[in-house]
Design a binder for this molecule. Structure first.
Ligand code: NAD
Length: 457
């Protein structure tokens, strides 16, 4: 049985039956059998069914937000933000899928043979997902997968399984045929079992460590592999910024969802001339966060969803302090039940410290002073990760010059921690491979077929 606990209280919410090897095989067989019929539907019909799913997300929004908050500890307002945030993504896919995968002539029509490019679904894909934004990272994968004619075996994180079951329910209520979308419940072992099946693609969101295991397990069959992994996302604050505004924006980028975002700001570099003032404003913003029950509307910082992460954060603080860092605020878990960690800011940090090199995935950040753009670029690139990078400055040319040199899939000027359906969400190095969102995130779920059509035999 899978025990679902509330990270804010430590209380057991529910016990769920875990899928067995036998039930996983049955679900796979149903998904395989359903796929040709699902793929044969016109895209417009699949869009109609998925509009029904979207309508249910709206109707059940408050109830779903309560459920998400109960199992992840996400402050209620942030759960509501997530549920509302998926609409633009679903709309993007509904609007763009047909056009993106339509068959195209690649040579002028009088050419004989005629040459056409067509896209076909992969078949049955597995989507193994994370808990930090189960709706947002979920729809990035399973909506375009379904719209392009694949059937989906969806394994939610063990820490967001109630949400995973609710997603299954809404697809069923929307009228999707049996086998089009199927939730598989369990922990890592269940995910590993899915990869032993003859599936046609694995779309994974999670940590770098698990991503490496997924890629290795997928290698023998050469199935399509897409990995959306972690980050150690840097922000560089130049000396011409509006200091209070930049500090406030970056504190939000670092502490939203208790820092448990793949694109959370994980390290800050600030130019020496404004460092003292920036640090003062940033620390003041961190101290204003309200740590508490995620169901209290006043709360802006909830518990860590994964209690074991408390040890990672404690170890990073200890390591940084032993190497000369200065603790500006926080630094420890909060008393009482639940896995709460105080918003934590450390200065006089450097890259010998784990805090500045390993993903923290919590409400903790180091701020390092730099004296030039060159030094900032060198430090921003001193990482195996490459998800996002931000620069704050009044000078667009200077900021974009720096960002162009940073090895990351997303570049932010005067913003951070944001995702757009129109742009690819893509990591480099340890942050993953492949893209979700944008038309690239639709093409990720199809395979090309080149047609050569000669009129006479
Ligand atoms: P995780 O790697 O612990 O687990 C992710 C999923 O993999 C879960 O469903 C888990 O059950 C499953 N799993 C674990 N071991 C497995 C195995 N051997 N085979 C198959 N499946 C297995 O990650 P998490 O804690 O759920 O998520 C947090 C991580 O996800 C962070 O590193 C975060 O940065 C990253 N993330 C990345 C993105 C992105 O878009 N790049 C988005 C959200 C989260």
């Amino acid at each position: 049985m899978l025990q679902v606990t509330n990270p804010a209280t430590g209380e057991l919410i529910r016990e769920l039956a875990v899928d067995t090897t036998e039930s996983i095989h049955e679900k796979y067989a149903t998904a395989r059998a359903a796929q040709p019929t699902w793929a044969a539907l016109p895209v417009a019909d699949r869009c109609t069914l998925l509009r029904g799913f979207k309508a249910r997300l709206t109707e059940r929004c408050d109830e779903l937000a309560d459920l998400l908050t109960s199992e992840t500890g996400k402050p209620l307002q942030q759960s509501l933000n997530e549920l509302k945030g998926v609409h633009a993504r679903i709309d993007f896919f509904l609007e763009h899928t047909a056009r993106t995968i339509q068959t195209a002539e690649v040579l002028p029509p009088e050419t004989n043979p005629q040459e056409l490019l067509a896209f076909e679904p992969l078949g049955v894909i597995a989507n193994i997902s994370a808990w930090n934004y189960p709706y947002l990272v979920g729809v990035n994968a399973f909506i375009p997968a379904l719209l392009t004619g694949n059937t989906v075996l969806y394994k939610p994180s063990e820490l967001a399984s109630l949400t995973g079951l609710a997603i299954q329910e809404m697809f069923t209520e929307a009228g999707l045929p049996e086998g089009a979308f199927t939730t598989v419940i369990g922990e890592g072992q269940t995910g590993a079992e899915l990869l032993q099946l003859p599936i046609d693609g694995i779309y994974f969101t999670g940590s770098h460590a698990t991503g490496v295991k997924i890629a290795a397990a997928a290698a023998p069959s050469l199935m399509r592999v897409q990995l959306e992994l972690g980050g150690k996302d840097p922000a560089f604050v130049m000396d011409d910024v509006n200091i209070p505004a930049a500090a406030l924006a970056l504190a939000d980028g670092a502490f939203y969802n208790a820092g448990q975002s793949c694109c959370a700001v994980e390290r800050i570099y600030v130019q020496d001339r404004i460092a003292d003032s920036f640090i003062e404003h940033f620390v003041s913003a961190a101290r204003k966060l309200v740590l508490g029950s995620p169901t209290d509307p006043a709360t802006t910082l909830g518990p860590l969803t994964r209690p074991a992460q408390l040890h990672v954060l404690e170890a990073q603080v200890k390591d940084a302090l032993a190497k000369g860092a200065v603790l500006q605020t926080g630094g420890q878990r909060a008393p009482g039940p639940g896995s709460f960690f105080e918003p934590t800011v450390l200065t006089k940090v450097d890259h010998t410290m784990d805090l500045m090199t390993d993903e923290s995935f919590g409400p903790i950040i180091g701020i390092q002073v730099v004296d030039s753009d060159t030094e900032a670029v060198q430090l921003m690139n001193d990482t195996p990760f490459g998800l996002t990078a931000a620069v704050y400055s009044q000078d667009k040319d200077r900021a974009t010059r720096v960002l162009a040199q940073v090895n990351a899939g997303t570049a932010y000027w005067n913003c951070c921690d944001r995702v757009s359906p129109h742009l690819p969400w893509t990591g480099r190095g340890h942050s993953g491979q492949g893209s979700t969102l944008s038309t690239l995130g639709i093409l990720a779920f199809v395979q090309p077929k080149g047609w050569h059509l000669k009129a006479e035999g």
